[in-house]
Design a protein around this ligand. Sequence first.
Ligand SMILES: N[C@@H](CCC(=O)N[C@@H](CS)C(=O)NCC(=O)O)C(=O)O
Length: 339
Amino acid sequence: MKTVTYAAAAAAAVLALCGAAQAQQTLENVKKRGQLVCGVSQGNPGFSNPDAQGNWTGLDVALCRAVSAAIFADAKRIKFVPLSAKDRFTALQSGEVDLLSRTTTWTMSRDTQLGFDFVAVNFYDGQGFMVPKKSGVKSALELKGATVCTATGTTTELNLADYFRANKMEYKVVAFEKTDEVNAAYDSGRCDAYTTDRSSLASQRTKLKVPGDHVILPEVISKEPLGPVVRHGDANWGDIVRWSYFAMVNAEELGVTSKNVDEMKKSSNPEIKRMLGLEGDFGKMIGLDNAWAYNIIKQVGNYDEAYEASVGPKTPVGLPRGVNALWTKGGVQYAPPIR
Ligand SMILES: N[C@@H](CCC(=O)N[C@@H](CS)C(=O)NCC(=O)O)C(=O)O
């Protein structure tokens, strides 16, 4: 009896050790493969979207590129895997992707029940509604009895139910797995309103037949902190993704851009020196080269550069920085120091 117990205990210990060793392997696997596998959307302009040449662009894509630059000194060593909202979590759990960077809301249940770690918030968002301008609707509170289109496998349906219940309004939901199906249904007039994250409404609006015919209503009915997700249990990997993101935000705060980063190597500011790998061993601390952040900034840019190029006011998505401004400029984007 005792022997069995010891044997079982030993087996469990070996399993636990192997599990831990395996769990800490992501960086090694990525290096061996020579490529980062990044889970993105199937097409969310400004966040993750292939352009006419098939090159992936967007704010979430910039984060994949930053991680690739930090590891390989090359922002292009990435395989992008397009995932629907419904399939994204199994793809991360099964190891099909190393990192999920796809407008994913950080919630307590996802963080604690799915075996994941949310490592940063690269876009603070909230759920909203879009309606055809010609409907004359000016507030979500006028949507009593409306048919609302949305995507399945998202945080959206529960927020929608909560909002209509709280406001004692009836509604009907029409939900699809693919965002393109939601767009088609809404564009054909099957629904009175379209609901999802407000940033995604602005993004998907660019894909409608006449984007200018639709307006996003002022109500923000939920908190949708969107950010990159990794598997729980590989702390080093989580650190790499988190600090790749923080490097972009710190670079913005310190005024370091892709254009001036070489010039900035001459700066006497100790924070800039540490960030660019000229002082200290900050890259080594996460298993990378000390030029990790230099490579991110040089090849991908700082957070502001990535934001303005993908979703900013001059892009078709057209989102002002708003709450995603730096904390020094009235927003909540704040990165702990590289120190
Ligand atoms: N933030 C929400 C929603 C995420 C989501 O999937 N949004 C849709 C917007 S309609 C999207 O990104 N669609 C693009 C695609 O599936 O390619 C969540 O994490 O559940």
